[in-house]
Design a binder for this molecule. Structure first.
Ligand code: ADP
Length: 280
């Protein structure tokens, strides 16, 4: 009904948000059902509505099935950070990066940070039992439940994928950014972050124009050639099993293209999912 509608060339779903669009679609469908059935809601319709709300209630970490839930995966420096920022601002989901959450825990000196620090410094994955609880807690927070989420960097091991499933957490799509290792090493070593805006730059491919920004850029301590080799090994030893857990909702994206082209591919996958949810 509204699925293909655009306003000034922009898909309506981007302007209005998935929840509002779904609400309007339902309202319109209800109005036309009422008109054709003389205003009487059928028994079958009522019982299927209560069955679906019961099944929604069994989801422990995200009970609002109208929201978008996305998992994004890819090797270190495959472009997840750049794409996540674009997805967050277009679709209004909460971006949860386990790398950022762990770095914040390390700098705040929390128990989780203390448990994670040595692994992170060595470029290794932190133990599953350290990260799983953190993610499950975060996904059950009201902002994630009401706005949907974009999970970046999790699950990264089969045990993490199993833990999400056992907690009743499911996603609408699993985006996998595929980039050859040869490109990744150059991307990692030249990568810098602006601590004020969080924007990611690359000293060769996309340096900032502004000297002030250039002067404050930070180089992540694990973005060295030596550590990226360890991080890539960890990534390759887990990625097939993790992807295997999401075969039914998986979409492989060529992450070697330009950020804009990758973003367009991601948008088309997400918009297909949004349309399917809106129509459901
Ligand atoms: P990248 O994907 O570029 O390696 P991240 O910022 O996502 O970088 O992660 C940085 C580090 O945080 C990882 O090398 C690892 O030590 C830790 N980490 C992040 N997510 C996870 C996770 N799901 N499981 C275990 N360790 C993680």
């Amino acid at each position: 009904m509204f699925l293909d509608d655009e306003f000034d060339g922009v898909p309506l779903v981007r302007i209005m948000g998935l929840k509002r669009l779904r609400r309007m679609t339902r309202r319109q469908r209800r109005a036309s059902n009422a008109a054709s059935a003389g205003g009487v809601v059928s028994k079958e319709l009522r019982s299927s509505a209560s069955a679906s709300s019961e099944s929604e209630n069994t989801t422990k970490c995200s009970s609002d099935d109208e929201t978008l839930k996305i998992i994004i995966a890819g090797a270190p420096a495959s472009g997840k950070g750049t794409q996540c920022e674009a997805i967050r601002s277009k679709y209004g989901v909460v971006h949860l990066s386990t790398g950022d959450m762990l770095r914040a825990a390390v700098s705040e000196g929390t128990d989780v940070g203390r448990a994670a620090k040595d692994y992170m410094d060595a470029g290794k994955l932190v133990p599953d039992e350290v990260i799983i609880g953190v993610v499950k807690d975060r996904l059950s927070q009201p902002d994630c439940v009401s706005s949907g989420w974009l999970l970046d960097g999790f699950p990264r091991t089969p045990a993490q994928a199993t833990a999400l499933k056992s907690a009743g957490v499911s996603a609408d799509c699993f985006l996998f950014l595929n980039v050859p290792d040869s490109l990744l090493i150059d991307r990692v070593v030249g990568r810098r972050t602006d601590p004020i805006t969080g924007k990611i730059y690359h000293m060769t491919f996309s340096p900032p124009d502004d000297d002030e920004i250039l002067g404050r850029l930070e180089h992540r301590s694990d973005d060295t050639e030596e550590k990226v080799v360890v991080r890539l090994e960890q990534f390759h030893s887990n990625v097939d099993a993790v992807r295997g857990s999401y075969e039914d909702i998986g979409a492989e994206i060529d992450g070697s293209l330009s950020p804009g082209e990758v973003g367009d591919l991601i948008d088309s996958v997400i918009e297909e999912k949004v349309a399917a949810k809106t129509a459901a």
